[in-house]
Write a protein that binds this ligand. Sequence first.
Ligand code: NAD
Ligand code: MG
Ligand code: MG
Ligand code: MG
Ligand code: MG
Ligand code: MG
Length: 339
Amino acid sequence: MTKVRYENDIQTEVLAGKKIAVVGYGSQGHAHALNLKESGYDVVVGLRPGKSQEKAEDDGFNVFSVAEAVSQADVVMVLLPDEHQPAVYEESIKPNLQAGNAIAFAHGFNIHFSQIVPPENVDVFLVAPKGPGHLVRRTYEGGAGVPALFGVYQDVTGNATELALAYAQGIGAARAGVLETSFQEETETDLFGEQAVLCGGLTGLIKAGFETLTEAGYQPEVAYFECLHEMKLIVDLIYEGGLENMRYSISDTAQWGDFASGPRIVDEGTKARMKEVLADVQSGEFAKGWILENQANRPMFNAINAKENNHPIEKVGRELRDLMPFVKQPLQAKQSKQK
Ligand code: NAD
Ligand code: MG
Ligand code: MG
Ligand code: MG
Ligand code: MG
Ligand code: MG
């Protein structure tokens, strides 16, 4: 089995006394910056002026321009949206990196697909939490953590691996487990996972179930509870104890339905199409499409997003969630504070 590292396996001296610039203060940025600070590290935040700046200052950080933050830092963690990273890197990060500094990422996309080509005299590493930034923060506050992958792309100081591990520990990931990867493996598995399973697959499954029920004349409210609301409750059981734990908790009728009908929904054809999605990720075809979509100012992204937000499941969901204020906490409360 792959070695999973925990807090006792990690030496943190290599990061002690170093200045860390967290560039970006969104989902991951606020979590990394706050967790590192509370783990005792010297953290500055690099941002352009705007909403995130106010939030970072409210949270007690010294906020600088990206260029100023990078200039004073030993370790630069880039937590900007992936599609903005190359431009900000060229303009504000690259000119301010010094030999022996480290530049780090939470996703391998830009390095792996050559959108950022770092200089040869800096360490380059990856610490990629396997969870949303708001949970990286929330679990840390609760004494736990979100597991993370780490990887080294370039090691000029000889310390890049220790640095990555100490950083992972600083954000609380070593409480949950830290696993070694490469930029290639992290990038390809992350893109595949979000496209086929976590985001694309899941939203497709929820919408298809909701549409099937409402088109058959059932009430949208009933279909919402069945296909969307209950998803979280089922997934919580899977998260806590695997598929077996979920199947233990559901009725045997539900379990028999899982065995009898599940394979009719997700079948060999689904898996064959997953392999096509993976092939597009591996070949760079997906990356090329996303890079060009951004260069064109996102015509398709915006059109599809507007249509998706108007889906009947979203309309009925907004009404139902207003009647269940408890489901909105605490993540959305925090997000609205952030916005
Ligand atoms: P985000 O969109 O939540 O936040 C981006 C931040 O960058 C904001 O503070 C924004 O104000 C700032 N920003 C945007 N453009 C800027 C510019 N031109 N100059 C300066 N600041 C700018 O981003 P995110 O979802 O936290 O993603 C950051 C990185 O983390 C990405 O590489 C992503 O793949 C990775 N990641 C994200 C998650 C997640 O939970 N969202 C999980 C794992 C890895
Ligand atoms: Mg986002
Ligand atoms: Mg991911
Ligand atoms: Mg991702
Ligand atoms: Mg049911
Ligand atoms: Mg059972």
